[in-house]
Design a binder for this molecule. Structure first.
Ligand SMILES: [Zn+2]
Length: 510
């Protein structure tokens, strides 16, 4: 039964060897036909962790049957441990939108041979038929009138009503050298479904429309999807009906789910429950207010504000519902969503899924006039114990007695110079400045040395170690909140150990 999918997989592998790597199971493929059309058709192929049988689920072939299309819709988002699903939740989108059985025609009467019809409905039907070819079993989900019952009880519960049933075109169908025993499959499923439904009035019944029989009262069924699938593709095909006479939409969906789940069980198609999602988070957009005015921003955007403008992240649109936080670096705490924060210096808004950053927005305070701020590095600097521009030097001076054994080595215009802790090295705009090393008692400590306020360009990850980079000295390249003087010309060069700064000197730009 799984031959079709194996063949498809083999073709995929051959292609993959030449062009691209095949996706790793489990995964979902989403394909859209007739995009933007009233008949837009969305198809979801869910590939299980292990291969197996493939079930085609179609909902909404008639637009006023929400139990069916809303149930199908849930399976579009499923993950599978074994087997595969092809889910087409809304086969007739136009009719779903209009809440009409069939706006242009009854789509479930178009599965006929040798049609010359080229309507939109018919174009959709062609696609549906193409997917039957890939399936080992087919379920067509409907909401029917009343309650099917083999014996006439009353107007709503009798042999001509379709609601609450599992429909077959025949008890058994011979094809491909086999007999598809539809009755036995349906009966097995029905026993399990009904065992779950305490209200016996809502039990589903077996309904054979005897589609091909000359005396069938349901000759119309010869134009339906299930009969087509049987005849052309030799796959077991069932109509699943909840009842339009059941008021609760939730119950209608539930009964469909019961049926789909039992058919999946029968076909060894095993859901992954709970579904595992480890795909990276993606920021669709975020809604940010500045002094109450809304902005919709995307990853990498820059917001320009004035000092003390109140910034607030109101909404984060991502592919995850949980585990999302955002941090206005240097302000508030780790999770700043919804907080009204006056921003006093240029910073970043960092978006995280759990511990992983997936997007960031630069916030530039106008008067700083610097634009070449590298993102990753700013995050790191700001999350260190980051004093604002008027950083007290006193802490460093207290430690200076203990720092005598340290000497910094730098190069200015390729000329090596030694600098003692707390000294200020004066250099001119345009000089080439490079940090070489920090020595202790004449030996290289190999500790990272960080010029605060400077971010090496074209570096994706700044380790906080600026040794070896050539910095062409220019005050307009500096992040001025790190300056230790009012003129924004003096910047500390610091060394940390175990997260604590213990020695520094200063570079002053003339
Ligand atoms: Zn229907």
């Amino acid at each position: 039964m799984i031959k079709r999918f194996l063949k498809a997989a083999a073709i995929l592998l051959i292609t993959a060897a030449v062009v691209y790597a095949a996706p790793v199971r489990p995964y979902t493929e989403h394909k859209t036909y007739f995009k933007g059309n009233d008949y837009e058709l969305n198809v979801y192929k869910i590939y299980g962790r292990r291969d197996g049988n493939t079930m085609l689920i179609i909902g909404g072939v008639q637009g006023d049957e929400p139990g069916g299309f809303l149930s199908a819709d849930l399976y579009a988002g499923i993950r599978l441990e074994q087997g595969n699903l092809i889910v087409i939740p809304r086969a007739n989108l136009k009719s779903v939108i209009m809440f009409n059985r069939g706006v242009d025609s009854d789509m479930n009467r178009l599965f006929i041979d040798n049609t010359t019809n080229t309507s939109n409905d018919q174009e959709v039907v062609k696609v549906l038929i193409a997917y039957m070819k890939e399936a080992d079993i087919f379920l067509n989900l409907h909401d029917g009138r009343g309650f099917h019952n083999p014996i006439y009880i009353n107007e709503h519960r009798n042999p001509n009503r379709f609601g609450q049933s599992v429909i077959v075109d025949t008890d058994a169908y011979k094809c491909g050298g086999n007999t598809l025993n539809l009755k036995s499959m349906a009966t097995t499923v029905l026993n399990s479904i009904n065992a779950r439904i305490p209200d016996t009035d809502h039990h589903l019944t077996y309904f054979n429309t005897k589609t091909d029989s000359p005396d069938t009262p349901f000759k119309d069924m010869r134009k339906t999807a299930t009969w087509y699938a049987l005849r052309h593709f030799c796959i077991p095909a069932f109509g699943i009906e909840s009842s339009k006479n059941i008021q609760s939409i939730e119950l209608k969906i539930l009964y469909h789910n019961y049926a789909v789940n039992e058919f999946m069980k029968l076909m060894d198609i095993i859901p992954e429950n709970p579904p595992i999602y480890v795909a990276p988070a993606v920021l669709e957009n975020a809604l940010i207010t500045v002094n109450g005015e809304s902005l919709t921003v995307k990853n990498g955007d820059v917001i320009k504000i004035k000092k003390n403008d109140v910034v607030s992240v109101k909404h984060i649109e991502t592919n995850y519902e949980r585990g999302i936080s955002c941090d206005i670096l240097g302000f508030g705490n780790l999770n700043n969503i919804g907080k009204e924060i006056p921003v006093t210096y240029s910073t970043k808004i960092v978006f995280r899924k759990d511990n992983a950053k997936f997007a960031e927005i630069a916030v530039e305070v106008d008067k700083d006039k610097h634009t070449a701020v590298h993102t990753a590095a700013v995050e790191q600097q700001a999350s260190a114990v980051a004093p604002p521009a008027s950083a007290p030097r006193t802490i460093v001076e207290q430690q200076s007695e203990d720092n005598k054994e340290y000497i910094f080595y730098v190069a200015i215009n390729e000329k090596e110079i030694s600098v003692k802790p707390e000294e200020t090295l004066v250099t001119k705009t345009g000089s080439r400045f490079k940090i070489l090393r920090l020595e202790r008692y004449g030996k290289d400590t190999d500790l990272p040395v960080n010029l605060r306020g400077w971010v090496p360009r074209n570096v994706t990850v700044n380790s906080g170690d600026d040794r070896g980079y050539v910095f062409v000295v220019n005050p307009s390249d500096m992040i001025t909140r790190w300056a230790t003087d009012k003129q924004k010309r003096t910047y500390p060069v610091t060394v940390e150990s175990e997260g604590k700064e213990f020695v520094r000197f200063y570079i002053k730009i003339e």
